[in-house]
Structure formats: structure tokens, C-alpha cells
Write a protein that binds this ligand. Structure first.
Ligand SMILES: Nc1ncnc2c1ncn2[C@@H]1O[C@H](COP(=O)(O)OP(=O)(O)OP(=O)(O)O)[C@@H](O)[C@H]1O
Ligand SMILES: [Zn+2]
Ligand SMILES: [Zn+2]
Length: 802
């Protein structure tokens, strides 16, 4: 008897281990690691992942596996191993780590069906199961008593395929195909026998006598100009036969995408790609940081590196931020690799995502381009992993398991001994610091491929505008430039940096922002108490009525939406046609794409939007970029706010002058001398890096330390404070002396949905045992977590401090 070690789908701490189940004889040699099974657990039947098969168990009495959910493993050996690593790294349950690797369609739905793929003979048992049908439910198979290994053999031969039914019941899109049921000479006989007045039927038969191949029913009906009932009659007479052919839902029309060839590389590109190609050829795992200004041809390097990988018979994962997973980006990969590319992003329906995943799973594609979760693509022979715009925070998942795709990429890169490329015009301090220490290999592209200079950036001090009596949100300079641009029939991109609005307080006269005296971070305005608070150290003070710097009474918090900007813009420049892009106008599926296409066709002069327009767009006719409020993000209660501001300004400036026409950028700000605005305006990444590193060192932030954030929440505030206090004390007792423990402090979002939230932040340099320490501390509260609605969230790589 063999025993399976199974991780069961029961999300609780004390269940976070494998359980032994015996394998019933009918499933012997069927079950392999990586398959999902159903097992009895207490009174219930639950799903589980088989991790391992062993000859015997140390437990005397074992329950037995009820059934298999998969006939081929959904998780490869590598992904099984990766899941364990992921759970340990992020202090999550094993079950959540495995679930996150699979497409939604496989997470909850257990129903499946068997699809016959072959016209050849199956075994007599299977023939009688299908009984002339193309599809049977999986239940029919389990009730049939046919041995599993017969089915398995047929699956491995490619005669039968297992499909999972997505909830919506539209898992597979099929096309009805019609073809003759009998040989051509018999068709001719049938034709001769047919009465002359059956004109339509005779026409249809004539068609098939001349074209005996299968044809899509829809196509047939328009070609022969016949009706569904005529087709049906001939089907019933047994002259024609129909079957359903599976077609993948393809959100992209591959045939319409023009194929491209490799471009001859520039000298800088050539230098950057050589070591990457070498790592591919020599099967060496290395992390490359590709630091290239916007428009320097990073994507072309990715494409040519992937070409090498495909030539080696291997596969590639390319991660791009959700928001820049625009048709433009997809077209560039499909243009080069055609239908070898699968695309995965959140706008796809659950069925579409499942289709794309299956293409990877069945090795029908070589490349996946996708957002964060594509890092778990079940490729078995990875040759490269690329993370474009590596600085994007969307690569961090903010739910359990709270992982960063960059870490997963590097882990998989080690597993497969393949290079990992991190690309960005504005790398994170963490990555750049590693490159400086030679942990990563640095490659730099300092020039645009069009040999043009980066667009000139002009900073406009909005305090002056105010003093000159201009109370609108557009400086005179920006208005002038927009008008000039419209005259020349060129286009404008305007960005309203909305994130962080109305949380910080600023003087409109002198630009002074209230900051915490202990943390160098802007205080957060709390409306209900009318007080300013620091969420790192709990310092607070009342909201001032006059500016402490200049005594102006124009000190307040802001609030501006894109809609209001649009209205103001229309008043200011009535002849301009505007496309507004924000969460409201892009909510519907495909809306994002439609608006961009419209702008690309020149159907509007101005593209006005939030952060979502800053990245990846490449429009020839855009010569002016305007940033309405560069500093709104600067004072967020987040130690990365300067870095994010620098990144965003650099990215958005990069949208101008990407082709023949020169570009320019106007940046409006109330804090023109802030280093991240000044240095972004001269594209001076190096100085920004040095300056910001010095700040991080002084205030003990990454990359000088690592962070861990523990957030406790419960409806009762006292309970939250006490629990957090206990956690802090336990931590203090277990960590090293130079490790800093901050808290308990209220979270910036101190109450969400009637739950109070407190947090504790750990800043450490070297705590090899910290994960175990935290896991043990959290486990002590397991009773309260199970029975009393207490929640403790641990984030070992916090990005969102809220
Ligand atoms: N070797 C080359 N020769 C000519 N044109 C090139 C070459 N490499 C890239 N290009 C073109 O240069 C433009 C910018 O390249 P690309 O979009 O790859 O840059 P990027 O660094 O990815 O930019 P961003 O960071 O702004 O997205 C594109 O239009 C691209 O087709
Ligand atoms: Zn002031
Ligand atoms: Zn503080």
C-alpha cells in the first residue's frame, strides 16, 4: 500500500502540515505528486494537494483518498517546492501558497469532463463510455468502473483530454464542425437518389462532394446560403456528421498582428545584451539590472534575449505591470513571437485566463507575458525571467501570501539555472544598491534609440502663480504651451497625480508641509478628530489654523478629481478635445484600450489622466507632457514617497518626444526645490540615488534594514492594543539588540469596517530566525484567531504602510 502526503484545503494554523492518506488500489499508480485529490477531513470532504508518495506511514490507521481531481499534476515538482519556500518566506499557510499558483478556474471548481480528441480507436471500455459522443462528464467515468490507468494512458497519448468546468459554464468555447459522414462516392449516390424538389439539400450535398473537408457550421451556412434546418436534415439522414472543435477564447487577434523582425541593436544595447546571452547559453543563474532611460530600447533587448531562449528549446516569463499591459505591449511580443505567446492579466475573464494557463501547461506556447501572478506559469524548462518596470509596487501582492514577484522570480531563476532581468528607467533603491554591490549585474542604457535628447523639463512654481493672482490649477506657462501644441496639431498628455490627495496638509502660500518631528514623514490629517498624526510613531498634534512657517491662513488639505480638472480645462481652452482616463472612465472591460486607441488615432488633443497614463505609452505625436501637481505624493506617510515621486515624474516625462518630434515637459509644483522633483527634471538618477540612500541610512529604512510589518485587528480596541503590546514584548525578548521594534501604533487606516487596527514594525539587519520567531508568536494567538475573530497579518516585505 502506498501513502500520499496531502496538504488539505483547511485554512488554519494547526492544519498547516501534510496529512497521510492511504491510496486505494484503484488509484494506485494513478496518483502522483502535484495532483489535487479529495479526501475526508473530519465530517467533510475537502480538496488537497498531493506533495509526496511514500511507501508507508507512521500512523496506524489512515483514511483513504476519495478521488483524484486531476489526472495529470497541475503543479510541477518545481512549483511544489516553490510553494513550500513561498509559504515559509511569507509566513503563510501552505494551502494558500499552492492556491495562488493556479488560475481561478482551478481553485474552487472540481467539476470536469473528458473530451475525445482522436478519431482512432480507444480501448473497448472507453469506446463504450463515450458511446459515440465527443464529451462525457467525469462522473460517468468514475461510475463506469473502468480502471484509471486505461484513461491515463489515453490522456498521455493525447487521445483524451480532461477539462475543468469554470463556474460560468463557458470553459471551452467550441465551434460546430460539419463534414460528410460517408465516403465521397456514397455521397454522390445519395445525391442521385434525392428527389429533385429537395433543392436546398442537393445544393448542400453538392458542396460536400466538391469540398469533403470539415467546415465550421457558421461558415458553411453563409457559403452555401443554406439554413440550419437543412443541415440538420442531412445530419439526421446520416449523410453528414458534426462534432465540436475546441477553440481557445483568444482576446487578441493574432493574425491581425503584423510580425516583426529583430532590429539591429545600438552599441549600448549590444553591450547590455552580451552578458545576458552568455548566461542563457551557459545556463547560469544571474540577476541583471537593466537600467535604461525611457525609450532606450529595453524591450528590444528582452525580445532578442527571448529569441535565444526559444532557440535553446526553453521558455520565457515576462512580467509587466498590469496597467502597462496595454495592447501596445502585447503587440510587441506577439509581433515577434506570434502565437507562441500567452497573455495573462486581470482584465481577462476567468475562462480566458484558464485558456491561457492551459496553453502554458500543455506547452503550446513558449512565452508568457503577464501581470504579477504569471510568475507562477507552469513552465518546466525556463530559460529567462524578465521583470519590466521592476520598481512597480504592483509586483507585491497585498493579500496572503504577501509575496513580491521579484523574489519569486529570483527563486525560480535559481531552480532553473537561468538569468533574471530586472528592467527600469528608475530602479528601486533596493535593486540599485544590490547592483552597486555586484549582487546583481548592472547594464546601463543612457541614450534613447532615436539618438534624441530626453525631453526638456521645466519646473513651474505654483506658489508664484498664486501670488500673481492665478488661482486656477493651470500655470500660465502650461496654458501657453498647450495652446502652442494644439496649433501645431500635436498632442498633449496631462497627468494629475492624485494619489495621496487630501491626506496631507500643506500651506498654499509657502508650500510648507507638516511632518513628524521624529520620523521625517508627512503627518496624516484625520478628519473626524481634526488632528495630524504620524502613523509610524503615534506622534500627533492638532490641525493648525495658520501656517507655522509663514502664518498664512491658506494652510489646508487638497481635493481635486480628474473630472474637475477636465471641467476647468474646458473653460480655459474651449477648443481642446480631451480624453479623460481615470478609474471612472476605465472601469468597463476594454475601455482602457478603446480610449488609448482613440488618442492614438488623433481623435483628441489632450489625454488627461491619473498615474495610469504615465507608463509604457508610445505615441508619435505627443510632444508635451504636463504634470499638474508633482508633489501630491511626496508627503504621503510612506518612506518611499520621494522615490515614488521621482519614478513617476521620470516615467511620465518619458512619454514625450519618443519619435521624430522633440518633446517637452512642464512640471507644476508647490515644492520646486525638493530633491526628487529637481533631480527628476534633469533625469539625474545617480544623484537621486545617493541623496535618497543617505536619507534611508539616517532614518533606518530599506535598503539599510529589512522591514516586517505586523498588523492586528479586532472590533474591540482594547483587545487590539493588548494583543499588539504582547507581540511587541515577545519580539523584544527574542530579537537581537540592534533590531528596532516600533509599536504598538495605530495603523494609518486605524479602523476599517468597524475593526480597529494596530501595528508593529520590525527593522532588522540580520535575523535569520525572524520568520520562525514571528510564526511562533502569532501561533500563540491561534485560539483567539479561530474563535474570537482576531486577525494578525504579517508582511515580510511591506510596501503599503496603510
Ligand atoms: N536597435 C534599435 N534600432 C531602432 N529602433 C529601436 C531599436 N531598439 C528599440 N527601438 C525603438 O525605440 C523605441 C523605444 O524602445 P522601447 O520601447 O523598447 O524602449 P524602452 O526602454 O522599453 O522604453 P520605456 O521604458 O519608455 O517603455 C521603440 O519605438 C522601439 O521600436
Ligand atoms: Zn506657509
Ligand atoms: Zn513619527
Amino acid at each position: 500500500m502506498s501513502v500520499a502526503k496531502v496538504i488539505v484545503d483547511v485554512p488554519a494554523k494547526q492544519i498547516n502540515q501534510t496529512f497521510d492518506y492511504s491510496i486505494p488500489s484503484k488509484l494506485e499508480h494513478v496518483i502522483t505528486p502535484g495532483m489535487r485529490v479529495t479526501v475526508p477531513f473530519g465530517p467533510r470532504k475537502v480538496m488537497g494537494f498531493v506533495l509526496q508518495i511514500v511507501p508507508e506511514s507512521s500512523f496506524a490507521k489512515l483514511k483513504s483518498i476519495t478521488d483524484v481531481l486531476d489526472l495529470t499534476p497541475v503543479l510541477t515538482d518545481e512549483l511544489l517546492k516553490l510553494g513550500q519556500w513561498l509559504a515559509e518566506e511569507t509566513i503563510s499557510l501552505y494551502i494558500t501558497a499552492y492556491q495562488v499558483m493556479l488560475p481561478q478556474a482551478l481553485k474552487s471548481q472540481y467539476k470536469k469532463e473528458l473530451v475525445r480528441l482522436t478519431d482512432g480507436e480507444l480501448t473497448p471500455d472507453l469506446e463504450s463510455l463515450f458511446a459515440g459522443r465527443d464529451v462525457v462528464t467525469y462522473e460517468e467515468f468514475t461510475q463506469s468502473m473502468i480502471p484509471y490507468h486505461q484513461l491515463l494512458k489515453a490522456i498521455h497519448r493525447g487521445d483524451i483530454q480532461v477539462d475543468y468546468l469554470v463556474k460560468s459554464r463557458i470553459t471551452k468555447k467550441t465551434e460546430t464542425m460539419i463534414k460528410p459522414a460517408i465516403a465521397n462516392h456514397l455521397l454522390e449516390e445519395a445525391y442521385l437518389d434525392m428527389p429533385k424538389q429537395a433543392k436546398k439539400q442537393r445544393e448542400l450535398l453538392t458542396y460536400f462532394i466538391q469540398n469533403p473537408e470539415a467546415i465550421k457550421k457558421k461558415q458553411l451556412m453563409s457559403k452555401v446560403n443554406t439554413s440550419a434546418s437543412t443541415v440538420k436534415t442531412l445530419l439526421q439522414k446520416g449523410l453528414l456528421t458534426s462534432n465540436k472543435l475546441e477553440v481557445y477564447r483568444n482576446p487578441y487577434n493574432d493574425n491581425a498582428i503584423q510580425r516583426t523582425a529583430s532590429l539591429p541593436l545600438t552599441i549600448q544595447q549590444e553591450q547590455a545584451i552580451i552578458p545576458i546571452k552568455q548566461a542563457i547559453a551557459e545556463k547560469i543563474h544571474d540577476v541583471f539590472l537593466l537600467h535604461g532611460v525611457t525609450g532606450s530600447g529595453k524591450t528590444e533587448i528582452y525580445l532578442q534575449a527571448i529569441e535565444d531562449v526559444i532557440k535553446e528549446g526553453k521558455e520565457a516569463i515576462v512580467l509587466v505591470p498590469e496597467i502597462s499591459l496595454t495592447p501596445q505591449m502585447v503587440h510587441r511580443f506577439k509581433g515577434r513571437f506570434g502565437s507562441d505567446v500567452a497573455v495573462m492579466h486581470s482584465a481577462l475573464s476567468s475562462g480566458e485566463k484558464y485558456d491561457e494557463w492551459r496553453k502554458i501547461y500543455r506547452k503550446e506556447v513558449k512565452v508568457v507575458v503577464g501581470a504579477r501572478s504569471a510568475i507562477f506559469a507552469p513552465f518546466e524548462n525556463l530559460g529567462i525571467i524578465i521583470i519590466d518596470e521592476e520598481h512597480e509596487t504592483s509586483y507585491k501582492q497585498e493579500d496572503q501570501p504577501r509575496y513580491h514577484a521579484r523574489d519569486v522570480a529570483i527563486e525560480r531563476g535559481k531552480n532553473h539555472q537561468c538569468p533574471v532581468i530586472l528592467g527600469s528607467a528608475t530602479p528601486t533603491l533596493e535593486s540599485y544598491a544590490r547592483a552597486n554591490k555586484d549582487v546583481y549585474k548592472l547594464a546601463t542604457l543612457s541614450k534613447r534609440t532615436n539618438e534624441k535628447d530626453m525631453p526638456e523639463v521645466e519646473i513651474v512654481d505654483m506658489r508664484n502663480e498664486l501670488h500673481q493672482g492665478n488661482r486656477t490649477m493651470f500655470s500660465r506657462k502650461l496654458k501657453e504651451k498647450i495652446e502652442a501644441c494644439l496649433q501645431k496639431k500635436e498632442q498633449v498628455v496631462l497627468m494629475l497625480n492624485r494619489r495621496g490627495y487630501s491626506t496631507f496638509v500643506m500651506c498654499r502660500d509657502c508650500g510648507h508641509v507638516k511632518e513628524c518631528p521624529h520620523c521625517d514623514i508627512a503627518l496624516t490629517y484625520h478628519k473626524n478628530s481634526n488632528r495630524l498624526k504620524c502613523h509610524y510613531c503615534s506622534y500627533e498634534e492638532p490641525m493648525p489654523t495658520v501656517c507655522p512657517e509663514c502664518s498664512s491662513d491658506l494652510i489646508r488639505y487638497f481635493g481635486t478629481g480628474t473630472q474637475r480638472v477636465e471641467e476647468a480645462l474646458t473653460q480655459l481652452i474651449p477648443e481642446a478635445s480631451i480624453i479623460r482616463m481615470d478609474v471612472d472612465t476605465t472601469r468597463r472591460k476594454g475601455a482602457h484600450e478603446k480610449l488609448l486607441n482613440k488618442f492614438g488615432r488623433g481623435e483628441a488633443d489632450i489625454l488627461l489622466g491619473t498615474q495610469m497614463i504615465a507608463k509604457g505609452l508610445d505615441f508619435e505625436n505627443v510632444t508635451l507632457v504636463g504634470v499638474l501637481t508633482a508633489d501630491s505624493m511626496l508627503h504621503l506617510p510612506d518612506f518611499r514617497s520621494s522615490e515614488k515621486t521621482f519614478q513617476l515624474l521620470t516615467q511620465v516625462s518619458g512619454r514625450a518626444g519618443r519619435h521624430e518630434l522633440p518633446g517637452e515637459v512642464i512640471v507644476q509644483t508647490y515644492t520646486p526645490d525638493h530633491y526628487s522633483i529637481e533631480l527628476a527634471s534633469t533625469y539625474n538618477f545617480t544623484d537621486f540615488y545617493l541623496k535618497e540612500m543617505a536619507m534611508r541610512k539616517t532614518f533606518h529604512y530599506p535598503p539599510y534594514v529589512f522591514l516586517a510589518l505586523i498588523t492586528v485587528s479586532h472590533p474591540n480596541q482594547v483587545k487590539v492594543v493588548q494583543t499588539t503590546q504582547k507581540i511587541v514584548q515577545s519580539l523584544l525578548a527574542s530579537v537581537k539588540e540592534d533590531t528596532i521594534i516600533l509599536g504598538p501604533t495605530p495603523s494609518p487606516m486605524a479602523r476599517i469596517k468597524d475593526r480597529y487596527r494596530y501595528q508593529c514594525m520590525v527593522k532588522y539587519k540580520n535575523e535569520p530566525n525572524l520568520r520562525n520567531i514571528i510564526r511562533n508568536i502569532v501561533n500563540q494567538f491561534d485560539d483567539d484567531i479561530q474563535k474570537d475573530d482576531l486577525l494578525i497579518a504579517v508582511d515580510m516585505q511591506p510596501y503599503q504602510m496603510m
